[in-house]
Design a protein around this ligand. Structure first.
Ligand code: NAP
Length: 247
């Protein structure tokens, strides 16, 4: 499965799942724009990609800001002439039980996870429509499908990303742009490292494969959906959760 000659944008690629996706796409041959809030923190991902002999761009973006998202896509088109792949991975949590959840935490999670996906997708669809080809992969979550106490804001944002994915898939199929989602279960990153050992142990018992996922487990699924081989798949939600939820 080769991505040679393709250009990709991965948001939230400084660390965790986004970094694994950026490096996996580069390993398969793509040039990758590493987009995150902090240029300094993205530098390790950029260095790893250039060491593979691929081109990388280090782009500072707040996905919640339309102007940033548009400037990010414009820069990639200016430097590389096209955008073949967009991975909407940037995401945050601000957990709390609903009665204690502050309105600002509700809004911030929606702004980054949902509005960010809208902004970057809308910006990338402009060149992709003209090219009459493209791959968009949105990182959702198992929590957007089955819910989770203490994560009403996050669950709502990720369920919305799934509805968004299916709608945009229908809209842009005629332009040969596919739009899919990957829904990870519990993956070992900074986002889950705050969980206590006890909670991780309890979670692992609910996962038939008996372990938390690794960022590379998610990255390989994204690579497939970004490839030419996945050209007849659109509007799909690919679960990568060790069997914790079987859709
Ligand atoms: P992570 O380790 O926290 O990494 C997320 C990256 O996104 C960070 O570099 C973060 O920067 C960046 N980011 C945050 N807000 C941003 C914004 N407004 N604009 C641009 N970049 C932004 O998280 P992760 O665990 O790798 O999660 C990646 C994605 O997978 C998220 O969408 C998450 O919801 C989803 N997911 C994760 C899990 C899991 O178990 N880990 C499960 C299901 C789904 P800062 O660090 O500076 O904020």
């Amino acid at each position: 499965m080769s991505l040679a000659g393709k250009t990709a944008i991965v948001t939230g690629a400084a660390q965790g799942i986004g970094r694994a996706i950026a490096e996996t796409l580069a390993h398969a041959g793509a040039d990758v724009a590493v987009a995150d809030l902090d240029l300094g923190r993205s530098q390790d991902t950029v260095t790893a990609i250039t060491k593979m002999g691929r081109r990388a761009l280090n782009i500072k973006v707040n996905v919640a800001d339309w102007n940033d998202a548009k400037a990010m896509v414009d820069q990639v088109v200016k430097e590389w002439g096209k955008v073949d792949i967009l991975v909407n991975n940037a995401g945050i949590t601000r957990d709390g039980l609903l009665l204690r959840m502050k309105e600002e935490d509700w809004n911030l999670v929606l702004q980054v996870n949902l509005n960010g996906t809208f902004n970057c997708t809308k910006a990338a669809l402009q060149p992709m429509s003209k090219q009459r080809s493209g791959r968009i992969v949105n990182i959702a979550s198992i929590v957007g499908v089955i819910g989770n106490a203490g994560q009403a804001n996050y669950a709502a944002s990720k369920a919305a990303v799934i509805g968004f994915t299916k709608s945009v898939a229908r809209e842009y199929a005629s332009r040969a742009v596919t739009v899919n989602a990957v829904a990870p279960g519990f993956i070992d990153t900074a986002m889950t490292q705050q969980l206590s050992a006890d909670v991780k142990e309890t979670l692992s018992k609910q996962i038939p494969l008996g372990r938390l996922g690794q960022p590379s487990d998610v990255a390989e699924a994204v690579k497939f959906l970004a490839s030419d081989e996945a050209g007849y798949i659109t509007g799909h939600v690919l679960h990568v959760n060790g069997g914790m939820h079987m859709a």
